[in-house]
Design a protein around this ligand. Structure first.
Ligand code: KIV
Ligand code: ZN
Length: 515
């Protein structure tokens, strides 16, 4: 069957980064970008270059290394923002400038304080400006799904005339419902006279849990050929269309959609893990495609059916989406070469020899505590290594704690503060609480603990625990991650990682909340 192509536009590092606490450093963005390229995403929206110098540098760095995907930067509809986008991306192999301005009456009047005619002019002029430097320009009318269709048609016709090659209709607040949204796109494409000169796209938010359904309705009823989405559905508030869900829906139901993407689906689970480890946003176990239970059959009837014929209860296989069946890959006796080779096989590339040496040392420490090392352990180990920067204020030297059914839990920690050792003890409601209180008694950060979550990296009681700690202070929200076979130690590492991020001047406020 010769099917048409659908473009996958990933915005994990732009819209996904807008989730509170999900802000990413340049190195983290580079790691995610390489994985997205490996997954064969068509367009990678790497950030919002005008939002901060840090994001400008991150977008530029992604533009430099990525060769097989188009790298895109988001810009508000003004020359200054667009010039920042051009400066960040002009050296890239293939690049796109994505210009947006709100078109709903509500946003124009209350947020922009502009008349529709002013918005119309600004949309036109900004696309014209972007096209002077970049042949690949995308235009988004923000809050498009709640905009007046007549006004939208006028704006879209004008920006296509100015050279916009992709028209992306956002459902910014997740208000749309599938049939109505699909019909709306169909009608826009019919009514805009030059609509055939652009690729049509949608960008849906998940406030009513319908982002994937709305995107697919826009494909089926509206004829769009680009979907904007994020890994794990990360994004503002309830998130965006989930990449793994749309890709697997299109693939599994190719009989219905008759479209194909370029995505290498075996890279989906590694991408999901990487994004989860970097942002600290844990994937719920029952999440479609990438949740830990997505392929686990618990009931006897289902297990029996799957053993007799897999298709009885499975519409896709775990291997299709990259679940490696918890293979033991390395152990205590594995050497440097085997370690490095396995990292390469699962797509982990470290920056230099020093990073490989450090990671190998941590691997040896882990192998002393845990006899079987799985791919997931390697991913957690490298994620933690990458989250530690060279000039940290706080470090964990040692710790111990005591707890029991009749005793008040107690913890002692020895920390390194700018190279000096400091010791502290505390009691608490549990060993983790006592440990955090002991750390706080010396760090005195005054930060508020917003989230504490523990996830087993693999199965069994020998598994490493991966802990996420989210702290908030003075309007900044940071996520710390830590992994260890002892979950209290993992918790301490995560707390200290978050404290270091709070201390770091480089750690940005959520980029778009700065504007
Ligand atoms: O949700 C939205 O409207 C956006 C646009 C900037 C595309 O993210
Ligand atoms: Zn959005």
């Amino acid at each position: 069957m010769n099917s048409e192509k659908l473009i996958i536009f990933d915005t994990t590092m732009r819209d996904g980064e807008q989730s509170p606490g999900a802000s990413m450093t340049k190195d983290e963005k580079l790691r995610i970008a390489r994985q997205l390229e490996r997954m064969r995403v068509d367009v990678i929206e790497a950030g919002f270059p005008a939002s901060s110098n840090g994001d400008f540098e991150a977008v530029k760095a992604v533009g430099k290394v990525i060769k097989d995907s188009i790298v895109c930067g988001l810009c508000r509809a003004n020359d200054k923002d667009i010039q920042r986008g051009i400066d960040a991306l002009a050296g890239a192999n293939a690049w796109r400038i994505h210009v947006f301005i709100a078109t709903s009456a509500l946003h124009m009047e209350k947020k922009l304080r502009m008349t529709p005619d002013q918005v119309f002019e600004q949309a036109k002029l900004s696309v014209r400006y972007a096209r002077l430097a970049c042949p690949d320009v995308e235009f988004s009318p923000e809050d498009g799904s709640r905009s007046d269709p007549d006004f939208l048609c006028r704006v879209l016709e004008a920006v296509i005339k100015e050279g916009a090659r992709t028209i992306n209709i956002p459902d910014t607040v997740g208000y749309a419902v599938p049939e109505q949204f699909g019909e709306m796109i169909r009608s826009l494409r019919e009514r805009v006279p030059n609509s055939d000169q652009a690729v049509w796209s949608v960008h849906c938010h998940n406030d009513l849990g319908m982002a994937v359904a709305n995107s697919l309705a826009a494909v089926r009823l509206g004829g769009v050929r680009q979907i904007e989405c994020t890994v794990n559905g990360l994004g503002e508030r309830a998130g965006n269309t989930s990449l793994e869900e749309v890709v697997m829906a299109l693939r599994t139901r190719k009989d219905f959609y008759q479209l194909q993407t370029r995505i290498d689906t075996t890279q989906i689970v590694p991408a999901s893990r990487l994004v989860s480890q970097i942002t600290g946003f844990v994937v719920q176990p029952n999440k479609a495609v990438v949740g830990a239970n997505a392929f686990a059959h618990a009931s006897g009837i289902h297990q029996d059916g799957v053993i007799k014929a897999r298709e009885t209860y499975e519409i896709m296989t775990a291997e299709d989406v990259g679940w490696s069946a918890n293979k033991i890959v390395l152990g205590k006796l594995s050497g440097r070469t085997a370690f490095r080779q396995r990292l390469e096989e699962i797509g982990i590339e470290l920056d230099n020899e020093d990073a490989y040496n450090k990671a190998f040392q941590r691997f040896k420490d882990l192998a002393d505590k845990k006899s079987e090392i799985f791919d997931e352990d390697l991913q957690a180990l490298v994620a933690q290594e990458a989250s530690i920067s060279s000039n940290e204020v706080w470090g964990l030297v040692s710790m111990s704690q005591a707890s029991g059914t009749n005793d008040k839990p107690q913890a002692s920690v020895v920390l390194q503060q700018n190279g000096n050792e400091v010791k502290a003890d505390s009691k608490g409601d549990g060993p983790v609480d006592a440990t955090f209180k002991a750390i706080e008694s010396v760090a005195q950060s005054g930060a508020e603990l917003l989230l504490f979550s523990v996830n087993a990296v693999t199965q069994g009681t020998e598994s490493q625990g991966e802990v996420t700690v989210r702290l908030s202070k003075g309007g900044r929200i940071v996520n710390g991650v830590g992994a260890d076979t002892d979950i209290v130690v993992a918790s301490a590492k995560a707390y200290i990682n978050a404290l270091n991020k709070l201390e770091s001047k480089m750690e940005r406020l959520n980029p778009q909340h700065q504007m």
